[in-house]
Design a protein around this ligand. Structure first.
Ligand code: SF4
Length: 95
């Protein structure tokens, strides 16, 4: 039996996106001013956050593993995060 890499295992997950209610909102100016932006970009294991060309934080919601790391390290008021409601969110799969 082949041993999968972490990247291969993560790629097997599926995410049902709630187009009308994103579960992550970054308050851009405060997140940059406090250093939260740089921290969440560096810490997110799924690479949900990245720097956009305009200097803002881009958020790829569909990759979120719902681990809560970003919320734990964000300064107060910089990030809104909640679990996706109902049928939305990550579905973990074995690769
Ligand atoms: S909850 Fe985890 S996977 Fe989702 S954006 Fe935050 S750090 Fe990344």
């Amino acid at each position: 039996m082949k041993t999968l890499t972490v990247t291969e295992r993560l790629a097997a997950n599926r995410f049902v996106l709630d187009e009308e209610q994103p579960h992550i909102v970054v308050h851009q100016e405060l997140a940059k001013a406090t250093g939260t932006a740089a921290r969440i970009i560096a810490a997110c294991p799924a690479k949900v956050y990245s720097w956009a060309a305009d200097g803002s934080v881009a958020v790829e919601y569909a990759a979120c593993l719902e681990c809560g790391t970003c919320l734990a390290i964000a300064d107060p008021g910089t990030l809104e995060w909640h679990y996706p409601s109902g049928p939305y969110g990550v579905q973990f799969r074995e690769g």
